[in-house]
Design a protein around this ligand. Structure first.
Ligand code: PEP
Ligand code: MG
Length: 323
């Protein structure tokens, strides 16, 4: 089995009917790139930059961030590197006064909300990302969007960051793509509007499940209720993929679901063509892609999507995975 997985490492991820699928990796620190390459991923779909900010008192300045992002961009040698802007707060805490203790951290001033309320932190990060974009193929990903308003404010600050670099004659990728995380149910429901103003979407199923099912992802006492194939979750995922596909904007799933080989066919059947996961899952997901025939799986995936009886989902999923 181990040998078989190793053999498919060099194969491109293509379905039996010839559809190319992008299998990207999630990283937390620049050193993770070694694992990404060993797994044969074709890009980084999620670079969780908050790890550079965690377990320390002082924020990393623009220069320190620039050096880290440039290293990843260079090491990936032109393959896409999707850098997510700061997703601090809730489960990703920092020992700093900037991240205030909130009564309900998952619903509080986290991620893009924190960045918009502390624009100098956001600006330093955006400048660092832009400067690094000169050294590779970088894309920007904004976490936790819940309204278009936050997106537009973010894009304005990005524009200011670009202007400041132009004024200083510092080079950056003028055409850098900007994507948004769809991980708040409200954003999934309005996915089309977000897709219109963004270059790509990335579905964060970890938070999408937490917020849709009202289950704290860090609370063990309710973890048995955390169900990625709850009918409501599948509907939100499918509608987001459909919105992106309709507008010709790439959609990726970068939450844990993307790395679960039992769900690969389901997501393919919903129209997903890009996955981003922990590097250790790339090969097993690729194996599923290689033995999937899209015309065969689409109708069963649709049946699962139209089914609201939770008890019928497991047998239908098994059928889908045996096709
Ligand atoms: C997610 O929410 O699914 C996600 C990918 O982001 P994180 O797990 O870092 O919150
Ligand atoms: Mg998230």
């Amino acid at each position: 089995e181990e040998q078989k997985l190793k053999r498919i490492k060099l194969n491109k991820a293509v379905t039996m009917d010839g559809t190319a699928i992008e299998l990207h990796a999630n990283i937390e620190v620049p050193e993770d790139v070694v694992q990404v390459k060993a797994a044969g991923a074709t890009g980084i779909g999620l670079y969780r930059t908050e790890f550079l900010f965690m377990n320390r008192r002082e924020m990393p300045d623009e220069e320190e961030q620039f050096i880290a992002y440039r290293k990843v961009a260079k090491d990936m040698k032109g393959l896409p590197v999707t850098i997510r802007t700061l997703d601090l707060g809730a489960d990703k805490e920092m020992n700093s006064d900037v991240v205030r203790t909130c009564t309900n951290p998952a619903l509080g001033l986290r991620a893009i909300r924190l960045c918009l309320s502390e624009p100098q932190i956001f600006m330093a990060q955006l400048r660092a990302i832009l400067r690094a974009s000169h050294f590779g193929n970088i894309k920007i990903l904004i976490p936790m969007l819940s309204s278009l308003n936050e997106l537009r404010q973010s894009l304005q600050i990005l524009e200011r960051a670009k202007q400041s670099l132009r004024a200083e004659k510092l080079p950056f990728d003028e055409d850098i793509e900007v994507g948004g995380m769809i991980e708040v149910p409200a954003a999934a429901l309005c996915a089309e509007a977000f897709a219109r103003e963004l270059d790509f979407l990335s579905i964060g199923t970890n938070d999408l499940i937490q917020y849709s099912l009202a289950i704290d992802r860090t609370d063990d006492t309710v973890s048995h209720l955390y169900n990625p194939v709850h009918p409501a979750i599948m509907m939100l995922i499918e509608m987001t993929i459909r919105a992106g596909n309709k507008l010709g904007k790439p959609v990726s799933v970068c939450g844990e679901m993307a790395g679960d080989e039992k769900l690969t066919r389901l997501l393919l059947g919903f129209g997903l063509r890009q996955f981003s996961m922990h590097p250790s899952n790339i090969l097993s997901v690729k194996r599923q892609v290689l033995k999937s025939n899209l015309p065969d799986i689409t109708s069963t995936a649709r049946k699962i999507l139209n089914n609201q009886d939770v008890d019928k989902i497991e047998p239908l999923l098994q059928k889908l995975n045996l096709q």
